[in-house]
Ligand binder design. Sequence first.
Ligand code: SAH
Length: 239
Amino acid sequence: MRGNERKIALFLHLAAYMTVSWEADRNRLYDQLASAMGQSPVLEAMRSVPRELFVPTQLRHLAYRNTALAIGHGQTISQPAMVVRMTLALSLRGDERVLEVGAGSGYQAAILGELLPFGHVIAVERIPELVQTARRNLAACRISNVDVQCATDVLGAPDAGPYDSILVSAAAPTVPHALIAQLKPLGRLVIPVGSLGRQVLTLVRVLDNRPVIRQLTQCQFVPLVGPEAWPSGGNPPAA
Ligand code: SAH
């Protein structure tokens, strides 16, 4: 073999090895999540979306650890178990209109898109570079029912609403009224609520025009920035 051919053979070998080891890591993670949290369409959707495509190249070997990972700009892709919890809390049927606030890498929006064959996802993101990243990642996965929009001064995306469900991937000090106002009657809002370092994942349902609040589990998310949330510039611990 000549030098170049040897390099190509080595590269193909390495690529095959990495695919195989991802496969094993992926099965291990989803089997663990299924035994801890039960089998569900959410987990099936997660199995079909390659998480490694949503994390930076240098962290791809960690894509199937059950942890949040840095995606640049001080932000993180959420822990897989948290993606399961948040998505399950929406009780999706498959035909809803859903808003995600905090698109980041686009991974959570991709899972929502997979679960909504007859529905639509609007995902807003305040960091323009991440808007591009999320769009690129979703296109690479051929997910076409998710629109990623750049966030404006108004929290959420009221012009494209109202929504059956809203999932907020960043933490707020209180439940923002602006988001409740973007829900349809009987809609669901899932959002981490608490201090900068520690929050409770909270489910809000609007029943008889009144918000009904249920606390689901402890969590730790990056801050939601803007009106009814945190000022930009703070750098609290990421999750
Ligand atoms: N769901 C993402 C995780 C993103 S981390 C994923 O699957 O990768 C939270 C994201 O919320 C960050 O990218 C941050 O920039 C964004 N964010 C914070 N405040 C926001 C706001 N007011 N509107 C839109 N996005 C916001």
